[in-house]
Design a protein around this ligand. Structure first.
Ligand code: HEC
Length: 143
């Protein structure tokens, strides 16, 4: 009797344990993804800012021929600013010329396609407020 119960139950228990194991693995993977998203509430340079710079700014602000001497391809050149000095003041979007120029719609220039949306301007503003973090070694290139 005892043996019969054991032999019938054991495979079931085994498969239950296996299933629980799979469930835990799934929870671990997807839970990690979801948590990751929550923690990225601050603006992430690579996903939110770099694509905007590449698509809307680098055509004119890249390399040694950059307009106004303003080159947005590296952290160093971007933070150095243009002929008029810095345009990004980390922690201070209100005083950053970059924000003023994308907010008033003068950058990108009108003839160059669409202006940035309010959400995109906000992303730049939050990124600068968070310290304008630019991961080490990231070099941007125009599309
Ligand atoms: C079609 C070319 C073009 C594009 C695209 C463009 N710019 Fe400009 N940008 C210029 C020119 C030309 C100047 C210099 C004349 C002026 O200040 O209007 C300038 C000047 C600036 C200045 C002022 C620099 C200074 O020191 O006075 C800022 C800030 C700026 N751009 C930011 C941006 C940003 C941010 C983008 C993308 C969202 C962008 N620009 C896209 C051509 C461009």
């Amino acid at each position: 009797m005892q043996n019969r119960v054991k032999s019938e139950l054991f495979p079931q228990v085994q498969s239950l344990v296996r299933r629980l194991g799979q469930l835990c693995l799934l929870l671990y993977i997807f839970g990690g993804l979801i948590m990751g998203d929550c923690q990225a509430a601050e603006i992430e340079f690579k996903t939110s800012i770099a694509p905007l710079l590449c698509e809307h700014c680098l055509r004119c602000h890249q390399g040694s021929k950059a307009k106004a001497g303003l080159d947005f391809t590296t952290a160093m050149s971007a933070l150095k600013g243009g002929e008029g000095g810095p345009v990004i003041l980390p922690g201070n979007p209100a005083e950053s010329l970059l924000i003023a120029r994308i907010k008033n719609g003068s950058m990108p220039p009108e003839e160059d396609g669409r202006q940035l949306t309010p959400a995109e301007v906000q992303a730049f503003s939050t990124w600068i407020a968070d310290g304008a973090k630019w991961p080490a070694g990231v070099v941007l290139k125009a599309k």
